[in-house]
Design a protein around this ligand. Structure first.
Ligand SMILES: [Mg+2]
Length: 192
């Protein structure tokens, strides 16, 4: 069977939004990183919960999903963020850089059309803080046509929680059971 992808966002998921006063969760350690194309004297500060690395590795090591970064950090997710969490190099969806002023220029998440094309008909669990009702409808429609799709949407001010990964793992486990229990030849048409 084909493993579902685990698509993983960073901002609002691994790096929760700061409070109105600029404070960030005590669980998250600050790091200065230098995204591609940025000058060395202009780093970006991120805050990461180092418990997220082992939590993510726990899901990855089940072998039930294929993890892929899906973030505007693009390849910097692999080279800058992942290593800070102790994650191995993971592939990323090569998202474009649209000139947009909202993350929902058409009423749904700007990444979605690219993800839809990238996935083709592959199953996927997608963790992102920024879905709209149209994205949830898209997931229902994909699932209905046989491409099982689960959207998990953390609160961007809180970010990724253990229950989100538990939900992803449970979903992938159920999908694995369903697909591996299916008869290889529907209707049993082998000759006796
Ligand atoms: Mg986000």
């Amino acid at each position: 069977m084909r493993l579902p992808y685990l698509l993983l966002d960073i901002d609002g998921v691994l790096v929760p939004f700061p409070d109105a006063d600029g404070s960030t969760p005590a669980t998250h350690a600050r790091h200065d990183v230098l995204p591609t194309g940025r000058s060395a004297d202009n780093p970006v500060t991120v805050w990461l919960d180092h418990a997220h690395g082992p939590m993510l590795m726990g899901v990855i090591s089940t072998g039930l999903v294929t993890p892929v970064w899906c973030t505007s950090w693009r390849q910097d997710a692999t080279t800058l963020i992942g290593p800070l969490l102790g994650l191995p190099p993971l592939p990323h969806v090569d998202l474009p850089r649209p000139q947009i002023t909202t993350s929902h220029p058409n009423g749904y998440l700007w990444k979605r059309d690219h993800v839809d094309a990238w996935l083709s008909d592959a199953p996927a669990v997608w963790i992102d803080d920024d879905f709209t009702s149209l994205d949830h409808a898209w997931a229902v429609e994909r699932t209905a046509r046989g491409a099982a799709t689960l959207l998990i949407q953390p609160d961007p001010c809180a970010g990724l929680q253990a229950e989100h990964l538990a939900e992803a793992e449970a979903w992938a486990g159920r999908l694995f059971t369903v697909l591996t229990d299916a008869p290889a030849v529907p209707g049993g048409t082998e000759a006796a």
